[in-house]
Design a protein around this ligand. Structure first.
Ligand SMILES: [Ca+2]
Ligand SMILES: [Ca+2]
Ligand SMILES: [Ca+2]
Ligand SMILES: [Ca+2]
Length: 325
């Protein structure tokens, strides 16, 4: 399965520039979110941790930098509860097991989810110095990543963002850069993630997207989402699905729905579209989503849709349906 992924990755898509920020440009998601360890789950974070992987192509030898926008929790962008008392720890891992260790690909923070070699770490509280500005990790030698050429085309790094104190919400973005003091894309690099926590737009006309890749072993997916606050709907566009609806959660709850995979969808991306409720006008909505295949393995979301953004083909479309469990 991975071989096909690998081939697809190296087709000449425009990875440059659009694949380096997380959230990615094509995702149209305003910010990632992680709360302090005492956060109220009803505010939209179930476990106060986010894990993002970056892959750097094997032929890239120049140092790379992992940059964080608004790493502090305080000031303009972040979500305040009482005093600003949140501390947020950012850690970059490489080396053997950083990505391949099975605990690194689970939804729960059990076992060695922080597997690999710790390359850099820093903890931020409220900091006017970093409010609405960038902090840079690095230089990092690409070869310090975990070398996974067949699965991810090169060297893989893991970034763990974990709330270690407080109850406020941290909004932030990441960028994989060639430069320490500006965002310059590393050609051919991309990001992927399994459990994605982010802020929805306040503007009800904005549509956000996430792009899981359906490899050739996937027969069905189970999607789970948390604290969606019944804010509109989530739908799948693929070569065979023209808006199949994913069940959305209410306040402080998980929901799941099951979705069958059509044969023509294998080795293509899904465009999961997130559409807000036009009337409810919900602000500051933080959400969590992940997908599992029929074996209970998490399915990767990619910062750029592998094979491009899928288009529904009327010739193979199935009748939309949602199986709820
Ligand atoms: Ca607080
Ligand atoms: Ca801030
Ligand atoms: Ca922040
Ligand atoms: Ca929410």
């Amino acid at each position: 399965m991975r071989t096909i992924l690998f081939i697809l990755l190296f087709l000449p898509f425009a990875f440059k520039a659009i694949s380096q920020p997380v959230p990615a440009l094509d995702e149209n998601i305003p910010y990632l979110v992680t709360f302090g360890s005492e956060g109220d789950k009803a505010w939209g974070d179930d476990d106060y941790c986010q894990v993002i992987f970056f892959s750097v192509p094997r032929n890239h030898t120049e140092p790379i930098f992992i940059r964080v926008y608004d790493p502090d929790t305080g000031g303009d962008l972040d979500e305040q509860k009482g005093e600003w008392d949140t501390r947020m720890k950012y850690s970059v891992y490489g080396g053997k097991g950083a990505c391949s260790h099975e605990d690194a690909k689970r939804i729960n923070l059990s076992g060695r989810f922080n597997s690999g070699t710790l390359l850099a770490t820093k903890t931020f509280g409220a900091s006017p110095r970093y409010n609405k500005s960038w902090y840079t990790f690095g230089p990092i030698n690409p070869s310090e990543g975990e070398f996974l050429p067949d699965e991810y085309g090169g060297y893989v790094f893991k970034v763990i963002v974990q709330g270690v104190a407080g109850d406020d919400g941290n909004l932030y973005r990441l960028f994989l850069s060639n430069k320490p003091d500006e965002n310059q894309a590393v050609e051919g690099a991309f990001a992927f993630y399994y459990k994605y926590k982010f802020r929805l737009h306040d503007n009800v006309n904005e549509v956000s997207h996430i792009y899981p890749f359906i490899d050739d072993r996937v027969q069905s997916i189970k999607q789970s989402n948390f604290d969606w606050d019944n804010d509109g709907f989530i739908r799948i566009i693929s070569v065979a699905k023209n808006g199949e609806i994913l069940k959305t959660s209410g306040d402080n709850e998980w929901v799941q729905s099951l979705h069958n995979i059509h044969a023509t969808e294998r080795n293509t991306s899904y465009d999961i579209q997130i559409i807000k409720d036009k009337r409810a006008q919900i602000k500051n909505n933080n959400v969590v989503i992940y997908l599992e295949n029929q074996y209970g393995e998490l399915i990767e979301f990619y910062s750029v849709p592998i094979g491009g953004i899928p288009k529904y083909k009327y010739s193979i479309g199935m009748k939309p349906k949602t199986i709820r469990n």
